[in-house]
Design a protein around this ligand. Sequence first.
Ligand code: G3P
Ligand code: CA
Length: 318
Amino acid sequence: MLAAAFAAEATVEGAERPVVIAHRGASGYVVEHTLPAKAMAHAMGADYIEQDVVLSKDGVLVVLHDIYLEAVTDVAARFPERRHEDGRFYALDFTLAELKQLQLNERLNTKTGRQALPGRFPGGAGLFHISTFEEELRFIQGLNKSTGREAGVYVEIKSPDWHRKQGADVSRATVDMLRRYGYAKKTDKCWIQCFEWDEVRRVREELGWEGRLLLLMSKNPKPGMLEDVAKVADGIGPSIKQIATGKTPAERKLTPLVRQARALGLAVHPYTVRRDELPAWAASADELHEVIFRDAKADGVFTDFPDLTRQWIDRHSN
Ligand code: G3P
Ligand code: CA
């Protein structure tokens, strides 16, 4: 029976059920990394709400997925002279006051100029602005208080090596800000995540982060890597393409990655559930959830649709 799929096997985090991590907020419905998207995720029952963080020119952490601005803002129209030779507009070139002048829009495919996922929130609405990381922490903690339900924060440090080459330390700023807002220990409802293994180690060993820590990955780990990760981090975040393969649902095969990581005590939080961008091996969001939770037994998932993930877990719980 599906109800036993995860209830019978405690998740690594110690929770009885896998965790719902709202990816950039309820980004399937409202423009990513806006406060309305975060509020919607909170109301949908997300256990965690994700922030991606980068630094501004004046050293302020802002919540943006990219170190660039052109895919999600009107920067090209407002500051055309700030375009680099590579065609990019870098957030680190802009002060917070300048970033606050930009309007956030649904993500564009910068080659075609069209919305990357066309069924989502209509573009050009002119309704949304960039938040600082501190504003978002205050917002989520405010919702936690007013609703009486605590959603955690799940912070991705973006391109720390690139930031350091520009003379900026995005990791130190992130750890300092989290501590200021009461996130410091593994019992606090907070994870730090990063794609760069050297930086994950630095966050733990040099910056002294004692909270939960996760290594994101887009490729399968080399032999011995997971054992090294388990000595430093609490979990891994693979792409959903790393937990199953196959060109059709009928050809689907699970990989051993989730089992191997969990055997080492690592939590596994794959990314990303998108009902409008399914992997070839799943025909529906329901089927995708079945593979992630019932078959692979992941401990949680990043999801653009926290309502669908919450509903799936609730439906299959005792
Ligand atoms: O952080 C989990 C997932 O968000 C990683 O991918 O590119 O959406 O930040 P990305
Ligand atoms: Ca992320």
